[in-house]
Ligand binder design. Structure first.
Ligand code: 13P
Length: 256
């Protein structure tokens, strides 16, 4: 199955409403080959609605950075999948390492969120990745296996059009230290194998993104790596030129 590569920008807690709307407006006007690559913006909650409006009629996607697993209730500070959907949001990042490590999200909770996102007919961008300690102890494959088995537990099947996986080694996030091509190829290959064992051949069509200090200098090499179907980008997604340059690199060098 042919995969269309994806470039998703995770803005984290950056950009005011006006900054966010102006930013997506500028990128919308750039000449990018949107047939060849799917571009998704994941702004903070404050500007989701206005950014969906600003991108109306375009092929750009909009994603949230988190969602609660319940549909409604006494959960101060949280937002539900239905609420996101009612704003026109199509994707939700689930299990980002900052949610896991700063906000204490467990694999079990992430699994509930994945089910909620799929039940709500949005598309999860399901994040996995090992810490530096895991890697130094040669535990990377086990950690990925554990995160995927628990995170996707209870799903009878997987629809490649409705699931995105992002491999983000924790030690590479925001550090300027990117995983080597070999490390990325090995991890992505293992993710594919694990998905194949869980869901069979259909899982070959699930896009697997790499995230962790991707920028305009390393994007071209990384996208040529086996089993890399695009990127989930933090810092470099906040700047127009670097984000567009990475999109162009994916357009040019993705091997599929
Ligand atoms: P950086 O690109 O800033 O390393 O962040 C990666 C990330 O966490 C994307 O979700």
């Amino acid at each position: 199955m042919k995969i269309k590569p994806i470039v998703a920008g995770n803005w984290k807690m950056h950009k005011s409403l006006s900054e966010g709307v102006s930013f997506v407006g500028k990128i919308r006007n750039r000449i990018l080959d949107k047939e060849k690559v799917k571009v998704i913006f994941c702004p903070p909650f404050n500007s989701l609605f206005s950014i969906v409006e600003a991108l109306d009629g375009s092929s750009f996607g909009v994603g949230a950075q988190n969602a609660h697993h319940e549909q409604q209730g006494a959960f101060t500070g949280e937002i539900s999948v239905d609420m996101l959907k009612s704003m026109g949001v199509q994707y939700v990042i689930i299990g980002h390492s900052e949610r896991r490590h700063i906000f204490g999200e467990t694999d079990e909770w992430i699994n509930q969120k994945i089910h909620a996102v799929l039940n709500g007919e949005l598309i999860p961008i399901f994040c996995i990745g090992e810490t530096l300690e895991d890697r130094q102890m040669n535990q990377t494959t086990e950690v990925l296996l554990h995160q995927i088995k628990l995170g996707l537990g209870g799903l009878d099947s997987i629809d490649p059009k409705k699931m995105i996986i992002a491999y983000e080694p924790v030690w590479a996030i925001g550090t300027g230290e990117t995983a080597t091509n070999d490390q990325v190829a090995e991890a992505h290959g293992n993710v594919k194998t694990i998905l194949g064992e869980m869901f069979g051949d259909i899982s070959k069509g699930v896009p697997i993104l790499y995230g962790g200090s991707v920028n305009e200098k390393n994007g071209a090499e990384l996208i040529k790596t086996d089993d890399v179907d695009g990127f989930l980008i933090g810092g470099a997604s906040l700047k127009e030129d670097s984000f567009c340059s990475i999109i162009e690199q994916v357009t040019t060098y993705y091997r599929g």
